[in-house]
Every structure is written in C-alpha cells, then in structure tokens.
Ligand binder design. Sequence first.
Ligand code: GLU
Length: 500
Amino acid sequence: MSKKLRVRFAPSPTGALHIGGVRTALYNYLLAHKLGGTFILRIEDTDQTRFVEGAENYILDSLKWLGIMPDEGIGVGGPHEPYRQSERKELYKVYADELINSGKAYYAFDTSEELDAMRAIYESKGSAFQYNALTRVKLKNSLSMSEQEISDLIASGMPYVIRLKVPAKAEIRFQDSIRDWVHVHTSSIDDKVLMKSDGMPTYHLANVVDDHIMEITHVIRGEEWLPSAPLHILLYQAFGWQPPQFAHLPLLLKPEGNGKLSKRDADLGGFPVFPLEWKDPQTGTISKGFKQEGYLPSAMINFLAFLGWNPGTEQELFSLDELISAFSLERINKAGAKFDVNKAKWFNEQYLKLQDVSTLAVQYLPDLPKKEAESFVHLFLDRITFPQELGEKVKEFTELPTIYEEAVVLNKWNEESQKGLQVLKESLPDLELWEADSIKSFIHVKLEEAGIKMGKVMQMLRVALSGNGAGPDLMISMELWGKEQVLLRLTHAIDAFNKR
Ligand code: GLU
C-alpha cells in the first residue's frame, strides 16, 4: 500500500501572506482533502532578520477566513510538534552534524569580508564567484585545513557556517508533477550554507529535514522555489532519504500577462494582493485586503482555484467541496496564470446572489426596518459586486432625482409619453393596494383605457421616477418608494420635462 498523503504549507512570517501563497495553501488543502491525506501548516521562521511581528497570526486568520484550515501544525498541534522552525533549532544541528560526520558537509570559516573580497576579484575578471568544488580547496574550510587547525579555530570561538559539499560532476534529475523532468548539473549549484554562524539552519536545511521528519509525501509550492529543488534533492541524497514528490505551481502574472504579479501592479490597478487588510508594523502602511474590499470567501476560493488549474469542463462555479472532488495535480497548468481582478469580481457577483438575504439586510442595512431592508437587498443584489454597495444604492434610491438621463428624455419625451405620465399622475392616487403586482396591472389598465401603449411610456416613467433610463425592477421600486413619493417624483419630472 502506498504511503498516506501528507502535504504542508510552509510560509515564512515575513509580512502579509501574498495571494499566491494563499493559492499554494488552497491547492495543498484540496489535494489533502481529495485523497484523505493530512494538510500541515509549518512556520518557517529561521531567518530572524526577516521576521515580522503579527505575520504568523495573519497567516492563520487568512486561512480561517477562507475555511482552509490545516489538520495538523500551527494552531492545531500534532505528532511533530513544535511546528515553528525557530523552536526546532537543536534538531537541525543534529542533522547538520550527521552530514559533517559522513563527509557530505563541511565547516567554513571565511568571514564575510573575505568572501566579499573574493567576489570582487572574480567580478574584476568578468566572472562570478561560487563557493564550489573548484574554489573550496583554496578557501578557509575543513576540507582545506588540517584537523588541528580546525579544532583550534573552533575552540577559539571563531564563527563558522556549515556548507553542503556539492559533488563536482553530477547530474540531478527529478520528475516534477507539473514541470515533468528537471535536469540540473551540479556545476551550477554552489556549496550552500546549511547552518549559519548564529546556529540557525538556513531555509534549505530546515525545509528538507522537516519535510522528511514530518513524512511529507508531496511538496506543492510556488514556481519561485523550483531553482532550489535540485539542491533539496542533493540534500535528500546526502542524508540517504527518499525525496517527496515535487509539484511547482505556475507563477501568478500581471493582469496583462507580462511578468510576475507585484504589489505595485495591484496598487496601480486598485485591487488587493493580500487576503486580509495588513498594517505593516514597521512603517504603519496599510495594504488593502480582499476581505475588507467585500470579497466573499467562497468567491475567493473559486477564483484562486482557477488561477493555474481548470477542471477540463465548462463549469466555472465550484463550491469548496466540489473543488475537492474535481481537483488533481494533473490538471494544473505549466504556464503562468494571469491575475484578472475582473474575474474575481465576476465570481463575487455570482456568490453574492446566493447569499442569505436577511443576513445581508441585517449586516449592511442595519438602520432600516428589517422587512424594508430585505426588499432593498432583493432589489439590488444582482446589480452590485460587493455587499457594502448596498448602503450607497439605498441612499441613491431614496434621494429625489435632480437630473434626468438626457438621451432618454430626448428620445422618448413626446406627445404620447407626456399624455401617459399625465394619466398616471392623475389616476395613481386612486390605487389602494400599493404593491408591485397591483401597481403593474393598474398602470396597464389605465394606459389601455387612455389608448396609450405601455411600451411607449414605461422608460419615460422610469426616468421620471429615478432619473435613470435603466435600473432595478420598476414596479418593486415604486412599491418601495411609496405612493406619496411616486406622485411627488412624477409631478417634479413632468414639470421639468415640460420646461425643456
Ligand atoms: N518558507 C518557504 C516560503 O516562504 C517555503 C517554500 C517551500 O514550500 O518549500 O514560501
């Protein structure tokens, strides 16, 4: 029997979680749920210089908002605690020592000044310095020094790092689920630092050790990590471990498709790239969040799922459960996914229509009597993108129009429509049951009696009452305005039209 699937989302708490990271989390979640596996959240915070206060909570809050919570890890617990790498520091040292002992890694004592000087020399010759099989023999490390020198240096408190001894001439191959075979020659990989002089592991060591210990079967992550994958394979080989199956997700591209989506593109386009609003603790700058902009979690999930994956059918609307059953790594695209915010809006509109009317009424029109608020929600729900537009819509709706859509008036204000509005102004006061259906049949009857075609009058009636040539259901609107208000509007409009 094959091993039970275990996947992880392993963000670094260096700021707000980018929407691309959210997509990575989602794909991991979907695969785990589809295959009855486990979705783990691990925090990769070994780079203390990039640590940002509040970022870890932000990640958890974002996943919570979208309903894609981990089964194991930060915030949940599990058999491999702790799930925060900074709290696993001692463990990585054991593994680094193991590589030292097996001759797969070595101590290096070069100071950053020495390395900078080396880089400068190479640069002056027009090439780039690499700490590798060719250069390591000439540098200050446990491969070029005697045992005595090494132990003296260590005893004297000289800071050192541990580097991976990358084999000089080897080809690394692995089959990525999305990118297929990847081949890299070790000559292009330098002897990466595994343990820093502060005793902290680098991302590479901690990531590989944890993926192994936590029994991760599939590493699903962004394409920006593809260049690190060969090094990770080398590390698995150095330890003698079986590597997980890799799947590198396509990049998120600018709306126009040329280049990677950046925060700047988002700012220019007036849309967020973060799930939740984020206040940078250092600068105090506030960045927009999809949640605060009025996006619904269901819409976000559906939108993100389609950024790089498709079900292979025409169906576009998928609930989280439907996504779980439709999802597969095979249907993830290799090509980058254009981030089209209009598509996100479209999804939001679709999901907004499915929201519970009374909940929206209470939440977004709290000052109105419940029944009236619900009627407004019904009236506007398919004409808005975000729920917070409801308040504005109601405000516009209740304000007396002062201008009338000129193109319509020009076209439709004629003897017949003038007569029609006059008939309505005179007869509507007699209508007792002020309710959409009866208003409609009343108007029909009165216009017919006067020998006027309804079609010749209705758009003018709409302009007269609302100022606009198009809008939500007119009969329901009339019911909501109320008889008095309708008559007032009609009188105003007829006056205004006649003065033209
Ligand atoms: N800590 C890395 C990040 O911030 C994780 C990359 C990976 O999934 O291996 O994205």
